[in-house]
Design a protein around this ligand. Structure first.
Ligand SMILES: C[S@@+](CC[C@H](N)C(=O)[O-])C[C@H]1O[C@@H](n2cnc3c(N)ncnc32)[C@H](O)[C@@H]1O
Length: 221
C-alpha cells in the first residue's frame, strides 16, 4: 500500500523542567507522558486472555512495555516506521523484556505480510497525518487484513477516544462515535470503558485539558 507519509521527519523527544514528556514528529505532538495510564489500561484490556500480540506505533513505548511485560504474553511485536523513535526507545529502555520484538517498517507495507490467525490482539496507535487517518478507502483495505490476522476471540484496541470536539491540531484523536463508526463494522463485539484524562497545559490535540477518555476494545468472535 502506498501512503503519503514522510520518510524522514524531524523527531524530537522533549523532557521539560516540570517533568512533562512530549514526542514530536515534524512539530506535531505525537505522544505525551500523561497518556501513560490510558496506554496501560488499553494494553491490559487488549491482553486479558494472554498470548501473542501485535502493536502499530512504538511512540514512548508505554503500551509496548506493558504488553510485553505481562507474564502471559509470550511474544509482542511492535511495528514502528521511524528508526529514530526506535533509537530513542532503546536509549530510555536498554533492557526491554525478551518477549518484545520491534520491527522497523511502515505498517501499510507490513500489513500485507500478516498471516491469518496469528495474533490474540492488535493494538493500533500509529500517528498518521489527518488525511490518512480519515481515508476510508485505506481503512477498508487494511482492516480486513488485520481482522484476518486475529485468532477467534482476538481483540483490537485503537488509540483511546475523547469526549468533546477535538481541535484541528489533532491528527488521529477522535470521538468515541467516530471510532465506533470506523471499526465496529469489522468486529462482533465492543467494550467501552470511560476514564478521566488530565492532559498538559500545552497539549494541542485534546478538546480540553481534562475530561473523559473512552477506551474501546473490539473482539472478533
Ligand atoms: C502515538 S505514538 C504511539 C504511542 C504508544 N502507544 C505509547 O504507548 O507510547 C504513534 C507512533 O506511530 C508511529 N507511526 C506513524 N506512522 C506509522 C506507520 N505508518 N507505521 C508504523 N508506525 C507508524 C510514530 O512514529 C509513533 O512512534
Amino acid at each position: 500500500m502506498k501512503t503519503p507519509q514522510l520518510n524522514e521527519p524531524d523527531i524530537a523527544l522533549v523532557h521539560d523542567e516540570s517533568g512533562e514528556v512530549t514526542l514530536y514528529i515534524d512539530d506535531v505532538q505525537a505522544m505525551q507522558g500523561w497518556e501513560k495510564s490510558l496506554m496501560w489500561r488499553s494494553a491490559d484490556l487488549l491482553c486479558e486472555r494472554g498470548g501473542e500480540f501485535l502493536e502499530v506505533g512504538l511512540g514512548l513505548g508505554y503500551s509496548a512495555l506493558r504488553i510485553a511485560g505481562r507474564a502471559d504474553t509470550y511474544r509482542h511485536t511492535v511495528v514502528e516506521k521511524y528508526p529514530k523513535v526506535v533509537e530513542l526507545f532503546h536509549a530510555a529502555n536498554p533492557e526491554p523484556p525478551a518477549t518484545l520484538e520491534i520491527v522497523q517498517a511502515d505498517f501499510f507495507d507490513f500489513v500485507d505480510r500478516l498471516q491469518p490467525d496469528s495474533y490474540d490482539g492488535v493494538f493500533f496507535d500509529p500517528e498518521l497525518p489527518k488525511a490518512l487517518f480519515e481515508d476510508r478507502r485505506l481503512l477498508d483495505e487494511f482492516m480486513p487484513k488485520v481482522v484476518r490476522a486475529l485468532r477467534r476471540g482476538g481483540t483490537f484496541v485503537p488509540m483511546f477516544s475523547l469526549d468533546g470536539d477535538v481541535p484541528d491540531a489533532a491528527t488521529c484523536t477522535a470521538s468515541a462515535a467516530v471510532m465506533l463508526d470506523r471499526y465496529l463494522r469489522f468486529f462482533d463485539r465492543v467494550l467501552v470503558e470511560r476514564h478521566k484524562y488530565h492532559a498538559y497545559a500545552n497539549t494541542a490535540y485534546t478538546p480540553a485539558q481534562q475530561g473523559d477518555a473512552f477506551i474501546l476494545c473490539f473482539t472478533k468472535d
